[in-house]
Design a protein around this ligand. Structure first.
Ligand code: 5GP
Length: 188
């Protein structure tokens, strides 16, 4: 069997994590790729489950050693990356890897895995709607929201580099479409 990966990327607030979590409950053959990050844990996050948490120094050492398949400084001062060991761990179990990753990382992984990758770009209905969602979520300060919105505008220009663009307008519809395309990819 080919070693497959499914990549979900989106501007922040487009509903990507909700969709990825839903797919994980529907498909036993999928396993979430736990990323490494140098940012501090938030809330109830657990090391090894939500992220592998490293200090900046530890993360930079791992970059030098070539431990990452890809990494990005997604936010200033915060690295995020996919460990070679994580990819191997999941494939060894015969599972399909599912990534929740920023758009640049998504494009890099698609380039790396080619036809063995299904790359899905989740598009929020509009930048205005994205701003409303971030405000509604209540986890970011106003300046942080404006920064994320500005970043989202740039990230939207990457959509055409993905295999599928999924517009997350109605969540139920987006979940159903995601299930369909992932089911087809897993079966092929
Ligand atoms: P957060 O700090 O909110 O958990 O995540 C911030 C962003 O980093 C999200 O857009 C998430 O998709 C992205 N991200 C998480 N893991 C990785 C990774 O391994 N590589 C890259 N390039 N981005 C990641």
């Amino acid at each position: 069997m080919d070693k497959k990966v499914i990549i979900f990327s989106a501007p922040s607030g487009a509903g990507k994590s909700t969709i990825v979590r839903h797919l994980l409950t529907k498909f036993n053959c999928l396993e979430f790729s736990v990323s490494a990050t140098s940012r501090a844990p938030r809330g109830q996050e657990v090391d090894g489950k939500d992220y592998y948490f490293f200090s900046t120094e530890e993360f930079e050492n791992k970059i030098r050693k070539g431990d990452f398949v890809e990494y990005e400084e997604v936010y200033k001062g915060s690295y995020y990356g996919t460990l070679v060991s994580e990819v191997q761990r999941i494939w060894e179990k015969g599972n399909i890897i599912i990534f929740d990753i920023d758009v640049k990382g998504g494009v890099n992984l698609k380039r790396l895995y080619g036809k063995n990758a299904l790359a899905v770009f989740i598009q929020p209905p509009s930048v205005e709607e994205l701003r409303n969602r971030l405000v509604g979520r209540g986890t970011d300060a106003p300046e942080a929201i404006e920064r994320r919105v500005a970043k989202a505008e740039e990230e939207l220009t990457y959509a055409d580099k993905f295999d599928v663009v999924l517009i997350n307008d109605q969540l139920e519809e987006a979940l159903a479409t995601a299930e369909k395309i992932v089911g087809e990819f897993a079966a092929r």
